[in-house]
Design a protein around this ligand. Sequence first.
Ligand SMILES: Cc1cc2nc3c(=O)[nH]c(=O)nc-3n(C[C@H](O)[C@H](O)[C@H](O)COP(=O)(O)O)c2cc1C
Ligand SMILES: Nc1ncnc2c1ncn2[C@@H]1O[C@H](COP(=O)(O)OP(=O)(O)OP(=O)(O)O)[C@@H](O)[C@H]1O
Length: 371
Amino acid sequence: MASGHTDLAFQARGLGTIGGDFRPHSPDRRQSAKLRVLAPFTAQPLRLPPPPALSQLVTEIVSIPDITLPAVDAALQGGVVSIGNFDGVHLGHAGLLGQTRQLADRLGGPAIACLFDPHPIAILRPELAPKRLTSVEERARRMTKLGIDFLVVCQTSPDLLNLSAERFFDALVRDHLKCRGVVEGENFCFGKDRRGDVDLLRTLCRDQGIEFRVAQMESADGAMISSTRIRDLLAAGNVRDAAAMMATPHLICGVVAQGDRRGRTLGFPTANLEQIDVVIPTGGVYAGFATVAAARHPAAIHIGESPTFQSGDPTKVEVHLIGFSGDLYGQTISVELVDRVRGVVRFDSVAAIADQLRKDIQSAQQLLEPS
Ligand SMILES: Cc1cc2nc3c(=O)[nH]c(=O)nc-3n(C[C@H](O)[C@H](O)[C@H](O)COP(=O)(O)O)c2cc1C
Ligand SMILES: Nc1ncnc2c1ncn2[C@@H]1O[C@H](COP(=O)(O)OP(=O)(O)OP(=O)(O)O)[C@@H](O)[C@H]1O
């Protein structure tokens, strides 16, 4: 654990292949084969004199039963790191993390991804902060499949964001992780005001004898893939292209709350999801899969208002699990949004909307058939 002045209690989690089982917070957070998550840890505030020490940049590794902190620290060192937000873990990230894995194999250390949570923009300009595409746990799950050994999560703070690019590099890459290699995309920026770029990073790495690689930027339809682009696609209801860029459908998790109980009178009960903390696509009817209690069902999903009944809000998410009957209240459901069926319409009668829902379910089933 680093020492130095700070009034802050930093919190960081390491997600890796050693120690502590991943204890799901909710049923949908399945334990992946390789992923282990170290239990959350909060460093106590330290009282040492100013000026602020670099320990304010934190990648504190979690203490867990059976594994002492130094052992965990040592396991993280001498590897290859890639730093970013990795929201969505899209194809661009996948290429980058694949190279991180390869370089780590060649240099003989762990492959590490490092991210900042919450997203720096949430601290700098909260009013502009977008909703995230993926929870940190979901990012870790996707990274595990890409061969990443550890995800180091630094809690973002104003002090962290105030570190110059050089100080940030020295603290994280040189001193804490003692990296042998670094891999980034060519648009990577780091340090205060994002002043550090790949040219500076190359120089800093060279001076320390650290191998540095710039990954090729991944594009789709002539434009670079980015988390921002995927958020824009979801805002336009284009869940299919979003899924293509992440190599997996956009995932929404929520807890089932009571609705108006009108759905069952229409012949199509819906689970109304609350406590969603990721991007919700624009209003419409979607085809997807809903996983509850480890069972995956085809589903027709309605997002947004129900103009027919003058009810709902634009971010309401209702899921009809096709062929399922049972009580879902209070359960956590994760919904994969595969394709869009249509926009939301106002119907003149209950019979007309019920008729349309029947057709929607057929359309959803067709869209979900393997091609
Ligand atoms: C597949 C599907 C499509 C839907 N499409 C519409 C629609 O186009 N217009 C509308 O007003 N409501 C639509 N709804 C919402 C229904 O009106 C809603 O499920 C019903 O009012 C039940 O609401 P409750 O769960 O709050 O009881 C749709 C629901 C589903 C499951
Ligand atoms: N399309 C891409 N191809 C290759 N590398 C990428 C691509 N997009 C981002 N990267 C790299 O992945 C790392 C993490 O990027 P980050 O998640 O911060 O960016 P992003 O996906 O472009 O997100 P945002 O849209 O929020 O800027 C950085 O090194 C960045 O250069």
